[in-house]
Design a protein around this ligand. Structure first.
Ligand code: DC
Length: 232
């Protein structure tokens, strides 16, 4: 057996917020029977923990310490993944627009990214991993067997986010959501460390006109072509 055979297969799914990465990643992970890394949650949790412990978003050393000592767990309750911070269920609290905005600021701090690197790589365990984020294929798992850059137009992403929030019973405004998405895209793509961009060897999938099942089908097909499908 070669070294490649015993390496954990990794599928990275990067792209801007609202392109469908979260849903697609969890469906593909489930279908493959693989682990799932929602790396955005780690940045959201760091920002949330900073707020809880009174660490300001411009205190880079303080933020790095928060990231290094983050006490998190992702237990599965009745089929859904819960997010616990220091034992407190913050699954909903970290999903607000404000939490995303704060996460995007925290994610621009190099020492925070460094502190979260090993924690993210530790998710790469057999039988396989689907890693969802912004720099999964470029920085965290540069040797991944399949790298996807999932994108969609900003207006379509705003529409999807709006529908998601409405469904969750959260008040939202479409035009301010679009503005927030554009501001977040700008910050994520223009930061100096690990900016959002496709890896050189990534396959780009524009989901503007694709349904979630169509995207999952295409990814399953690509995994099969690379000999990475779990045969489900
Ligand atoms: O995917 P998300 O919306 O939960 O991510 C929240 C923020 O975290 C996003 O604005 C960018 C940042 N992020 C990052 O910089 N690198 C990652 N691998 C994942 C998320």
């Amino acid at each position: 057996m070669s070294a490649d055979d015993i390496m954990t297969p990794v599928l990275t799914i990067d792209g801007p917020g609202g392109a469908g990465k979260g849903t697609v990643s969890s469906l593909v992970a489930e279908r493959q029977g693989w682990h799932l890394l929602d790396s955005g949650a780690l940045y959201r949790l760091t920002a949330y923990a900073a707020g809880k412990h009174g660490v300001a978003l411009d205190d880079e050393a303080g933020l790095a310490r928060v990231a290094e000592t983050l006490d998190v767990a992702f237990p599965v309750e009745g089929g859904t993944v819960q997010t616990l911070l220091e034992g407190e269920d913050v699954s909903r609290a970290i999903r607000t627009e404000q939490a995303g905005e704060r996460a995007s600021r925290v994610a621009a701090v190099p020492a925070v990214r460094e502190a979260l690197l090993k924690r993210q790589r530790d998710f790469g365990k057999p039988p396989g991993l689907v890693a969802d984020g912004r720099d999964m294929g470029t920085v965290v798992f540069p040797d991944a067997g399949l790298k996807i850059f999932l994108t969609a137009s900003a207006s379509e992403r705003a529409r999807r986010r709006y529908a998601q929030l409405q469904q969750a019973g959260v008040d939202a405004n479409l035009s301010s959501l679009l503005q927030e998405i554009q501001a977040r895209d700008a910050r994520d793509t223009q930061r100096s460390v690990a900016p959002l961009k496709p890896a050189d060897d990534a396959v780009t999938l524009d989901t503007t006109r694709l349904s979630i099942p169509e995207v999952v089908e295409q990814l399953t097909e690509l995994l099969a072509q690379r000999g990475m499908a779990s045969g489900a």
